[in-house]
Design a protein around this ligand. Structure first.
Ligand code: NAD
Length: 386
């Protein structure tokens, strides 16, 4: 009789399985009943007698609990693309605070390295290139939050090929990576740009999708790519965010983000150039509200719908936004502003009907614009004085 059979016949623990990745193992010891043992209904057989977990790294064998690799594998990890950007870094911060592991990948084209919170694993790389994905660390990825993008409508009209590569090809590569690696969840940063210039607002998710910029086209293309991933077993959700604003927005990027661009000029004491009519209108939604929605969605294995609008539901003209910023900065209402021609691909006005997010996710925006702008101005003044 070999030793395994002998241990089993004596009811002694025996090794029944080993699982492992790279140099890491988990041994599970299980006891089985012997045939002539007195039946005891309080005892459940077989019983797990012990679990030994260990790993062999360059420095030798050690307890798995002290190995950062093992620790990172044992908790849910989220891959955040665009993790050095405005929304991606806010999301990464919140995920870490709620106990997730975070791998942040970004090529720093508009993101800032210091935005990436401590505790996130940092990878610098272009997500539109397959090599970057191949080199991503092996982790227990619970989901991918795909926020990396060229995020300016105006830039997309000047560099459409670059926009497609960054915004649409990246989604193709990432969804295929998820299928290959068995990652079951993607949440995608889509945009109100998919609607173009709708004849009426508020727009709900059933409104015609008719983008007027390459940026809108690449965002919509990504949504279609997500549908293919869904068919391959990846649960996908696209969050169509409207104009997100708040602390952390890049004040040095004068091509994207109305509130941040105007605020940057106000803080420098310069005339505010407004490209397009002051009568255009937008739906401004505060960053913390948006992150609440991402966290809600990530807390679910899937969502009933593929796409959700995230907006405040309140239209605000560019004129009213400027008035709000002037008030928050304690500047006079007649501060110099110049109205310039609108760039190609600009949307005149739209605001969100977010009732689907309310009904299916229990989400609604809660921070009023004047309050959000005050917080943003306080933050902007604090970082400028550092
Ligand atoms: N801010 C908004 O109002 C808004 C509204 C709707 C949708 N979105 C979308 O949300 C996402 C985040 O937007 P944001 O406001 O934080 O913009 P952002 O520019 O601050 O963040 C985008 C990040 O992606 C990174 N990036 C760009 N190309 C990359 C590439 N090829 N590989 C790796 N990283 C790359 C940038 O460096 C940046 O850090 C974007 O997808 C954007 O299109 C933003």
């Amino acid at each position: 009789m070999n030793s395994r059979k002998r241990r089993a016949s004596q009811g002694l623990p025996r090794l029944i399985g080993r699982s492992g990745w790279k140099a890491h193992w988990t041994f599970v010891l299980v006891s089985f009943p012997v045939r002539n043992r007195t039946h005891n209904p309080n005892k459940r057989w077989p019983r797990i007698s012990g679990v030994i977990h260990g790993c062999m790294t360059g420095s030798g064998w050690h307890d798995g609990l002290r190995c950062s690799y093992c620790v990172s594998m044992s908790r849910k990890t989220i891959l955040v693309t665009g993790g050095a950007g405005f929304i991606g870094s806010s999301l990464a911060r919140r995920l870490l605070a709620e106990g997730y592991g975070v791998v942040a990948v970004d090529n720093l084209s508009s993101g800032i390295r210091t935005n990436v919170p401590d505790g996130a694993e940092w990878i610098e790389g272009d997500i539109g290139r397959a090599e970057t994905l191949t080199a991503l660390p092996v982790r227990n990825y619970a989901a991918v939050c795909h926020l990396a993008a060229q995020s300016s409508g105006a830039v997309s009209m000047e560099q459409p090929v670059y926009d497609m590569q960054t915004n649409a090809v990246s989604t193709v590569l990432l969804t295929r990576w998820c299928v290959e690696r068995g990652v079951k969840r993607i949440v995608y940063a889509s945009s109100m740009a998919v609607y173009g210039n709708p004849p009426q607002s508020p727009v709900n998710e059933e409104a015609p999708l008719s983008p007027v910029s390459y940026y809108g086209v690449s965002k919509l293309t990504s949504e279609h790519v997500l549908r293919l991933a869904e068919r391959a077993g990846v649960a996908t959700t696209a969050l169509r965010m409207f104009n997100v604003y708040g602390p952390g927005q890049n004040l040095a990027n004068l091509r994207q983000g109305m509130a941040s661009i105007y605020l940057a000029y106000l803080l420098k004491g310069e005339t505010v150039p407004v490209t397009g009519s002051l009568d255009r209108f937008r739906d401004f939604v505060y960053i913390d509200d948006v992150i609440d929605a991402w966290m809600t969605v990530l807390g679910r294995a899937s969502t009933p719908s593929l796409a959700y609008n995230l907006g405040s539901g309140t239209p605000t003209t560019v004129r009213a936004l400027l008035a709000g910023l002037l008030a928050a900065c304690a500047l006079p209402a007649d501060y110099p502003i110049t109205e310039l021609a609108a760039p190609a691909g600009d949307q005149f006005g739209l605001y969100a009907d977010s009732r689907r997010a309310g009904a299916e996710l229990g989400w609604r925006a809660s921070v009023p614009l004047d309050c959000g702008l005050r917080r943003m101005v306080e933050w902007a003044k604090s970082v400028r004085s550092c």
